[in-house]
Design a protein around this ligand. Structure first.
Ligand SMILES: [Cu+2]
Length: 205
């Protein structure tokens, strides 16, 4: 009994340390159970991105391409938390049109002057058929377990929240969250598509 309780306390303490403390230096914490296969997946602090949508400028964090569907003053807040082998991504939006479904995904490229700048969706296992001119629409790759889909339905105030949990951690960091005009398609041949790109939030810039 004593041993089991002590073990649980130790594990809990270690998880709290990983989740809550970003200090990788100075306290001998070199033994945290992080993957090092790619060398790129070291962060344990949550990534947070937020911004108020505005027309494009090079310094803008959140860009609205369609001010009718992403009204002035609308905002988004994104959190990416990676703990052990699990990634939880949470999106909060405010000020969008009320009672409406928006598609939303993490994309690989930074936001730019047009919606296409954000490039394709992040795929944990990349679709070999993907190219700059051909989006991945194969269900095998374009699905909410292999990509991060954050479709959100707003309430009567234009506020909404969505969350996606994955059983993996990012191999490369996504650079943007794109908000689309429609709910994300799941049918093979158009899987992952969600209509026009209405807005873009910069992530990991
Ligand atoms: Cu998208």
């Amino acid at each position: 009994m004593m041993h089991r309780t002590a073990g649980l306390v130790a594990v809990t303490t270690a998880l709290l340390a990983v989740a809550g403390c970003g200090g990788a230096n100075g306290d001998g914490s070199g033994s945290t159970p992080e993957r090092s296969t790619s060398g790129a997946i070291e962060a344990t602090e949550p990534t947070v991105a937020e911004g108020t949508f505005a027309p494009y400028s090079p310094s803008a964090t959140a860009i609205a391409y369609d001010p009718k569907l992403i009204p002035s003053g609308a905002s988004a807040h994104l959190t990416i938390a990676e703990i052990a082998d699990t990634t939880t991504v949470t999106l909060d939006v405010r000020g969008l049109l009320p009672n409406r479904v928006y598609g939303a995904h993490l994309h690989t490229q930074p936001c730019g002057s047009t919606g296409t700048a954000a490039g394709p969706h992040y795929q944990h296992r990349p679709d070999p058929a993907l190219s700059a001119s051909a989006p991945s629409v194969d269900q095998l790759y374009a699905n909410p377990q292999n990509e991060v889909w954050l479709d959100v339905t707003t309430d009567s105030q234009g506020t909404g929240m969505s969350r996606s949990t994955q059983q993996w951690r990012f191999i490369t960091r996504p650079k943007s969250l794109v908000i689309h005009a429609e709910k994300t398609e799941t049918a093979d041949g158009k899987a992952g598509t969600a209509g026009d790109r209405l807005g873009c939030l910069s992530v990991n810039r």
